[in-house]
Ligand binder design. Structure first.
Ligand SMILES: CC(C)(COP(=O)(O)OP(=O)(O)OC[C@H]1O[C@@H](n2cnc3c(N)ncnc32)[C@H](O)[C@@H]1OP(=O)(O)O)[C@@H](O)C(=O)NCCC(=O)NCCS
Length: 168
């Protein structure tokens, strides 16, 4: 298949008005991109986290949330919790595999580095652990968490940032 050249994604900070669109991206990413690693019941429980839009918006607003857009429409988002923890990273299935998550992570790593963080951690879902491994994150701990009554496994992974921030 011929690869089409797509417009390059842009990044911008989260605005409260983005919440409904990000809830859609969140649920679609979980439902369509995590089926190899999680059961349908687990996916359903995880996806429903965004059903309460007010609570979801509060979480997005309480962290440093960046949005990736294509032709001004949000297609993915990522958030930094505190100085050194990546909390959320979700990309719409229609643009998966095109470098959107990499762009979001590059930006969060630079921001964390410029804020003085020496390392970054993430509780990576099983489908995202390979993505983080490729970026130099190393597994430190296996976890099991409950989400809406379902048990889900994830892995805490850590990356040491270069002094002065991640490389460009
Ligand atoms: C994980 C996720 C964010 C990746 O988004 P993406 O935009 O498709 O990722 P990118 O295109 O930037 O991928 C970068 C690299 O990681 C690899 N990669 C991405 N997802 C992968 C997966 N599920 N399994 C193996 N490798 C993967 C890509 O192949 C690519 O490798 P390359 O540089 O050698 O070509 C996306 O699949 C997603 O939203 N998943 C569901 C939600 C989730 O689990 N989020 C993580 C919570 S911690």
């Amino acid at each position: 298949m011929m690869a089409q050249s797509l417009p390059k994604p842009a990044l911008r900070p989260y605005l409260a008005a983005d919440t409904p669109m990000l809830a859609v991206i969140f649920a679609a990413a979980v439902q369509e991109l995590t089926g190899d690693d999680y059961s349908e019941a687990q996916q359903e429980a995880w996806a429903s986290v965004a059903d309460d839009e007010a609570a979801f918006g509060k979480k997005l607003a309480g962290q440093l949330t960046l949005i990736a857009t294509l032709q001004n429409s949000p297609v993915g988002f990522a958030s930094l919790k505190g100085a050194d923890h990546i909390d959320m990273l979700y990309v719409h299935p229609s643009v998966a595999g095109q470098g959107v998550a990499s762009m979001l992570c590059d930006a969060l790593e630079k921001l964390a580095g410029s804020r003085g963080a020496r390392k970054l951690t993430v509780d990576a879902s099983d489908n995202a652990s390979e993505f983080f491994k490729k970026r130099g994150y190393v597994a430190t701990q296996r976890n099991t968490v409950t989400v809406n009554g379902e048990w889900l496994a994830n892995t805490t992974m850590q990356k040491t940032l270069d002094s002065g921030g991640a490389k460009p």
